[in-house]
Design a protein around this ligand. Structure first.
Ligand SMILES: NC(=O)c1ccc[n+]([C@@H]2O[C@H](COP(=O)([O-])OP(=O)(O)OC[C@H]3O[C@@H](n4cnc5c(N)ncnc54)[C@H](OP(=O)(O)O)[C@@H]3O)[C@@H](O)[C@H]2O)c1
Length: 339
């Protein structure tokens, strides 16, 4: 059987794009070895974290090797099985990569999906890594509570849109920062933010946030770092919690970019600054996924997907993510479920 793949051809300096990847076709056996399953990818997740995965810089996962299939979480259907717990037709979530088929050991963090609970693609977004990131970063690092003022960057994206809605469900006042007027409207009209600001056109972001949060910001959900974070830190209230969830505004850490020092705010405002990586919360995923699915099925979580069709378009979609072209969670549809 033929398997179309996209492999890393060249290590990018900065933003990865189509020039750094190449197509490859391999032959694979449909029947997997004992204890494994063969899956056919349906949806691939395109994530800002991919820039870190293809970089040589230190990260929380080893870099993807040159010539290796690009790492990607995906939703797939089991097409052949040599594992007693998996049947042909089961839907699964796992790290299946930019390829049509993947033979894998389910012990490698594969999760079975219930298509009756929600559309399976949501396992890559609202009822998956995006929702889990929003949930744990807000409740565990951010310690959010009713009445807090919360500022969220990349507010209209996969993580940001869910974080905004969870903060609203908790009774917070929520301010979103995003990169276009269309996304500003999505934040307030679809995702229930109290306020949203276009950081690209706002003349003085710090002053605008201070006007919206006269008593200071209690929780900063920082997905970007860079100049957006520079504008938010001076707005933080006493004992505020700042969570470093992503650094989307930093193209490369070689060399480390220089910016305003935050030390004085951290000291005088007694800030709690923490880093967040979703992998640290694996043992509590079930509890959070149940809550996210409940909110979703009760119509309390609006969720938008930006779907690009065709495996070959994955590298372009990745480059466009760093231009903010996605309206909602960026996915690649690799195959129709009925294929
Ligand atoms: N730590 C973890 O475990 C974890 C897990 C999942 C995601 N994350 C982080 O969460 C953040 C959002 O991820 P996502 O999957 O939901 O992606 P997303 O927000 O759906 O898409 C990425 C967004 O980043 C913004 N962006 C791109 N380049 C930027 C720049 N130079 N300056 C400022 N903003 C820029 C754009 O939004 P605008 O148009 O609004 O600028 C773009 O739409 C990322 O930083 C990601 O790394 C962290």
């Amino acid at each position: 059987m033929k398997n179309q793949q996209i492999v890393l051809a060249e290590r990018p300096e900065g933003i990865p794009g189509p020039q750094h990847f190449s197509d490859k076709t391999t032959d694979i056996e449909l029947t997997p070895p004992e204890g494994q399953i063969t899956v056919k990818n349906l949806f691939l997740s395109i994530d800002p974290a991919m820039r870190g995965w293809v970089s040589v810089e230190e990260n929380y996962l080893p870099p993807v090797g040159i010539g290796e299939v690009m790492r990607s979480v995906a939703v797939a259907r089991v097409v052949a099985t040599s594992h007693p717990d998996y049947a042909e037709g089961d839907y699964v979530y796992g790290m299946f990569g930019w390829q049509e088929y993947c033979i894998t050991d389910p012990a490698m963090m594969v999760r079975k999906l219930n298509p009756e609970l929600a559309p399976v693609s949501t396992a890559l977004g609202a009822i998956g890594p995006n929702g889990l990131t929003a949930y744990f970063a807000l409740f565990e690092n951010g310690e959010i509570k009713k009445g807090d003022t919360v500022v969220i960057s990349t507010a209209a994206g996969g993580v940001g849109s869910i974080a905004g809605q969870i903060a609203k469900l908790t009774g917070c006042i929520v301010i979103g920062l995003t990169g276009s007027d269309e996304k500003v409207a999505m934040c307030t009209e679809e995702f229930g933010y109290d306020h949203a600001l276009n950081y690209k056109t706002c003349n003085d972001l710090e002053a605008a946030i201070k006007e919206l949060a006269p008593n200071g910001v209690n929780v900063f959900f920082d997905n970007t770092s860079g100049s957006i974070a520079d504008a938010v830190y001076p707005t933080l209230a006493m004992h505020a919690r700042a969570i470093q969830v992503g650094t989307a505004a930093i193209d490369t850490w070689l060399p480390v970019p220089i910016g305003p020092r935050r030390d004085r705010y951290i000291l005088t405002k007694r800030l709690k600054v923490s880093g967040f990586v979703i992998l640290d919360h694996y043992d509590k995923f079930t509890e959070a996924l149940t809550q996210l699915a409940t909110w979703y099925n009760q119509g309390q979580l609006n969720y938008r997907e930006s779907i690009t069709y065709g495996l070959e378009n994955a590298p372009t979609a990745l480059a466009q993510l760093y231009e903010g072209a996605n309206l909602g969670k960026q996915l690649i549809c690799v195959a129709d479920d009925n294929d």
